[in-house]
Design a protein around this ligand. Structure first.
Ligand code: RUB
Length: 306
């Protein structure tokens, strides 16, 4: 019965689906499919199925609180919906999924609107990895007839920067691809840096693709503003109660396919950028300081803390 969930989790693990938003979206859709196809006979069995699905999805990638918040919220809606029949419970999953997806879409639109205002004609923007939120924002700026230049890092080990570069070229944006280690060399040309996020902690630190914190560090040294674009629901409530965000460590094969014996290769997928290096977080509530994330979360999404 959990076939759709298993298939989705495998796709996420293998990086056939990439980026925090896309991961959350496919996970939500898999929950919906599960609810449509369930053979559970009663509420208890249905809730057990949802809980098993949750565990499988959570294990697919460790550093993805947006997906976790979405799945948890959907299950909460079912538990609190006051319904008993499986058919009605499945309907709740469907409605909750649609609502969450709509909120994600609205947030993306709002973030793009706000962020695009920061981009002027002839702005030069440096970005790292591939974030669908960043590229949507740049798409928005482009649709406002702004001409700007984008510098993309290639993003070792698996080159997500090439995806960004291709998307930018399709938009007709003047695009330059650089190796990750050339970021300092080009930083003085950039008016600002924009990157996405996988997670935001209660202290306002941001977790994103490995290399992001290095870029933030050198952006500060070059006095180049460093912005993060992120839906607020990438906030991880567990960090508030002392847990550290887990950093996924991936297969060393991604770095070197046939390495010499006895070589230790480490391949963390993400790193943590301290809030002091972040000029602002561009989110659905506006451009906010990393320090204020927790307050904004309490106001806008209080259920996250339950
Ligand atoms: C992708 C990555 C992206 C964030 C944000 O890493 O770090 O910057 O996930 O993306 P990976 P989005 O390729 O390992 O998934 O804005 O699309 O949520």
């Amino acid at each position: 019965m959990l076939e759709s969930i298993e298939t989705t989790a495998t796709k996420i693990k293998r990086l056939e689906v990439q980026g925090a938003r896309n991961i959350a979206i496919v996970a939500i859709k898999a929950m919906e499919t599960l609810a449509q196809e369930t053979k559970a006979k009663n509420k208890k069995a249905f809730l057990e199925e949802l809980s098993e699905a949750k565990e499988i999805l959570f294990a697919s990638r460790e550093t993805e609180p947006l997906m976790r918040n979405a799945v948890r919220w959907i299950i909460n809606q079912v538990e609190r919906g006051g319904k008993e029949k499986v058919r009605d419970l499945a309907k709740i999953v469907s409605l909750a999924s649609q609502r969450f997806l709509k909120n994600l879409e609205d947030s993306k639109e709002r973030i793009a609107e706000i962020g695009a205002r920061r981009i002027r004609n002839r702005s030069v923007i440096l970005t790292h990895c591939h974030s669908s939120t960043v590229t949507y924002l740049l798409n928005k700026a482009r649709s406002e007839e702004k001409f700007f230049r984008v510098i993309c890092t290639e993003t070792r080990p698996i080159f997500q920067g090439r995806i960004t570069a291709k998307e930018m070229l399709e938009l007709g944006v003047d695009t330059t691809l650089i190796v990750d280690s050339a970021a300092r060399f080009f930083m003085n040309q950039a008016d600002f840096v924009i990157v996405g996020a996988d997670a935001i902690t209660s202290e306002g630190n941001v977790i994103n693709k490995i290399g992001t914190s290095m870029i933030a560090l050198l952006a500060q040294e070059a006095r180049t503003p460093f912005y993060v674009v992120s839906e607020l629901l990438k906030f991880d409530p567990a960090t508030m109660y002392g847990d550290y965000e887990k950093i996924e460590e991936r297969n060393p094969n991604e770095i070197w396919k046939d390495p010499p014996e006895n070589l230790t290769i480490r391949n963390p997928a993400f790193d943590i950028t301290r809030r002091d290096f972040i000029h602002g977080i561009i989110c659905e509530e506006g451009i906010i300081s990393p320090h204020s994330v927790i307050g904004v979360m309490h106001r806008k999404y209080p259920w996250v803390f339950e």
